[in-house]
Design a protein around this ligand. Sequence first.
Ligand code: PXP
Length: 237
Amino acid sequence: MTRLSVNINKIATLRNARGGDIPNVVKVALDCESFGADGITVHPRPDERHIRHKDVYDLRPLLHTEFNIEGYPAPEFIDLVLKVKPHQVTLVPDSPGQITSNAGWDTKSNFDFLNEVLDKFNNAGIRTSVFVSTETEMIEYAAKAGADRVELYTEPYAKAYPQNREAAVAPFVEAAKVVRSLGLGLNAGHDLSLANLNYFYQNIPWLDEVSIGHALISDALYLGLERTIQEYKNCLR
Ligand code: PXP
């Protein structure tokens, strides 16, 4: 089964635009779960422009499904994750002001750093995932550094999909085979949508998890959150 983890950062962005508590991030997360999401993902950034540290603490005891915290492992992020102990932490190489993640890790150049950080999370019993491109060497170094899983950065797939979906998915299928041969778990995310998700899944049915935010929350404006989540789940069958 491929799990759907809903990234709720956009809900926090909407709330923060007015400074109050509408929409309520915890309520939306719990509703996503009751509508069928298998997990909730948050990406707290240092400037707290969407998910705040307080949200992460508020969510932890209330969620019933898998909690995934993603972000750049700066000292305060590491501290937050070790305190909150989510089911999974996903390491992303983005700088503080970045609009969204736009690349996987260079796991070779950052090997020592990743190895040290992954050790901390592994010792705390938190499953680890490292955001990477489809390059074999990057996946191999993620494994050597101690990751339990990798998350494949799917923006290149999503961009190329409309022109030629076979060509778009091919490097991901190859990468997914490398991931499997190394005994790692496999996640994927970025720009996955109702248009491109099912084809990705059909080609890589051993995917453990997808994490989806932007397109899913945008679809919910038209379809409503419940139906949207059900439609994304249907793409994973
Ligand atoms: N995975 C990672 C590592 C991300 O940084 C993001 C965006 O926050 C996503 C998945 C979800 O991407 P999208 O919002 O395009 O679905």
